[in-house]
Write a protein that binds this ligand. Structure first.
Ligand SMILES: [Zn+2]
Length: 170
């Protein structure tokens, strides 16, 4: 049977007692299945941010009412709930705080590929009012609050478009 299917089927015959009424059901069949799933999901109103990362451009959103600039972008201003507009930033900023991670959650191939330990930083981008959390390619011991950092762009391929960018020391 196992040569008729592409997946591996293991059948292990176990010895049974003569009075075992379940003899015919004793073989253990273990089937190794490899499942691949492809699914589509929307990055929603933030899609332009991810598309522009491919173009090596960094976009935030600015509120036309109160002026708050959000990076990561927000379609609605969190302060006054008004719709925002796209605003390009230089991608340069200041390191505010960081953590050195010794374990990768491996939530996707990009994260699983990170060499531990790695640094997760909160960066205040020039012209923005909010902190942007992302991977900073640097040694954790060398970091000091206020250091200048900038966005660097990966050429890919990546599993999730957020990994088209990474922070590096400026
Ligand atoms: Zn606002």
């Amino acid at each position: 049977m196992s040569d008729k299917v592409s997946n591996l089927i293991d059948i292990t015959e176990r010895e049974s007692a003569a009075d075992d009424i379940w003899t015919d059901f004793r073989p253990i069949e273990r089937i190794t299945l490899e499942l691949a799933q492809r699914y589509h999901y929307s990055l929603g109103k933030q899609s332009r941010f991810f598309i522009e990362l491919q173009n090596r451009r960094f976009f935030a959103t600015a509120c036309g009412s109160c002026g708050r600039v959000c990076a990561p972008p927000r379609p609605l201003c969190p302060a006054c709930l008004q719709p925002t507009n796209w605003r390009e930033l230089t991608g340069e900023g200041r390191l505010e705080t960081w953590s050195t991670l010794h374990f990768s959650p491996g939530t996707n191939a990009d994260v699983a590929a990170l060499q531990t330990p790695y640094v997760l930083a909160y960066v205040l981008l020039d012209g923005a009012d909010t902190l942007f959390p992302h991977v900073l390619r640097a040694e954790g011991e060398s970091l000091r609050r206020g250091m200048r950092v900038r966005v660097a762009y990966n050429e890919g391929p990546v599993s999730h478009p957020i990994h088209l960018m990474v922070f590096v020391l400026a």
